[in-house]
Design a protein around this ligand. Structure first.
Ligand code: HEC
Length: 133
């Protein structure tokens, strides 16, 4: 006699449907639900690239506002050079934090309030690629 109890394998259990086919339930959850959760988790951590119009504003800001201290071509001035070769060895998240919080005791101001975390990170990625790329 076939048992009607699901055959549990660790946290994955198999259930036999009345038509004989097997359904694998993860933690007792519906397979479609589990697939949806995994699809969500697979999204990149920085899913939110700014909209194209905002990207143009941020580009302008990089050249004008950041450029007023870092140089229009990012070669450096009052502020450190922000050319790719100077940024590549540094952690992008840490650089984005610098943009958001500034560097106390130096002229580097905080931009939080004008920029979201995603926007600061986008600007760093932009600088790491090179503004002319
Ligand atoms: C008023 C001048 C000024 C403006 C405007 C300014 N910065 Fe800075 N920034 C500095 C200075 C000065 C430093 C270096 C501080 C230090 O470490 O002595 C710096 C440092 C940095 C660093 C760290 C560089 C590194 O190699 O660690 C980043 C990244 C940075 N700025 C990005 C920006 C961005 C992006 C903007 C525009 C949103 C901006 N800065 C606007 C003055 C400025």
């Amino acid at each position: 006699m076939r048992s009607r109890r699901p055959h549990a394998v660790g946290w994955v259990e198999r259930q036999r449907k009345p038509n004989g086919s097997a359904v694998r339930r993860v933690l007792g959850l519906d397979p479609t639900y589990v697939a949806a959760v995994f699809a969500f988790l697979a999204l990149p951590a920085f899913a939110a690239d700014p909209a194209p119009t905002r990207q143009a504003e941020l580009d302008y800001m990089l050249r004008q506002d950041c450029g007023s201290c870092h140089g229009m071509t990012m070669k450096g001035g009052l502020g450190a050079p922000l050319l790719p070769e100077f940024l590549q060895a540094k952690a992008p998240d840490a650089l984005a934090e610098v943009v958001l919080d500034g560097i106390p005791g130096t002229p580097m101001p905080p931009w939080r309030g004008l920029l979201t975390a995603d926007e600061a990170r986008w600007m760093i990625d932009r600088l790491r690629r090179g503004l002319d790329q």
